[in-house]
Design a protein around this ligand. Structure first.
Ligand SMILES: [Zn+2]
Length: 190
């Protein structure tokens, strides 16, 4: 019970939705108010005695409890429908990647289809999509052991200026020289 109380207070401290707001919203939420009653008075013997919307709760019934009028799943507060959009907006506030948003949500809150709602939120968020398009995964390609110093030679180009890059892997030394052309004779003259 200590843990459950802590969760509600934790929610107060970290997310600007007060436990008493959740309590009030739970009372008027058509699904959560029933779940609250089931927790207090007992669940039906069989799942098929309930409408489908209660199934996610029924399957978790051994881990569902109530505290200060809020419904909890384990240490997570079950968020009434009224506050779900608000919580999604909060989770999206810093435009974390989808995985981080889910990880953060799992620390505090839950409702059925929470993961799907986070996915939809991120897909619909122009900022998240722009950030995603900037990030890419670089492929690591080991160079292998060279036969001699400065045996690794590369060219790179930046704003029409070419650079000759000489890498001495033995001494971990890099030399960069600006060059006009990347032809063999110009390279040998460097
Ligand atoms: Zn976003």
């Amino acid at each position: 019970m200590e843990g459950q109380l802590f969760t509600v207070k934790f929610l107060d401290g970290n997310i600007p939705v007060l436990a008493e707001d959740v309590t009030k919203a739970t009372k008027v939420d058509p699904i959560l108010s029933k779940v609250h009653q089931f927790v207090l008075n007992g669940w039906p013997v069989k799942c098929d005695q309930l409408p489908g919307v209660f199934k996610p709760f029924y399957h978790r019934r051994d881990e569902i409890s109530c505290e200060e009028g809020c419904v909890l799943w384990g240490a997570r507060v079950v968020i009434p429908k009224m506050f779900q959009k608000f919580i999604l907006d909060l989770l999206n506030w810093k435009h974390l990647c989808m995985c981080n948003m889910k990880r953060l949500a799992r620390s505090y809150a839950w409702w059925p289809k929470l993961d799907a709602d986070i996915e939809s939120k991120v897909r619909a968020c122009a900022v998240c999509q722009r950030i995603k398009s900037y990030s890419y995964k670089a492929t690591y390609t080991p160079m292998g052991l060279p036969k001699a110093s400065f045996s690794n030679i590369y060219f790179c180009e930046d704003k029409k200026q070419y650079f000759l890059i000489l890498v001495d892997s033995y001494f971990q030394w890099v030399e960069v020289k600006p060059v006009q052309k990347t032809t063999v004779d110009k390279t040998l003259m460097c």
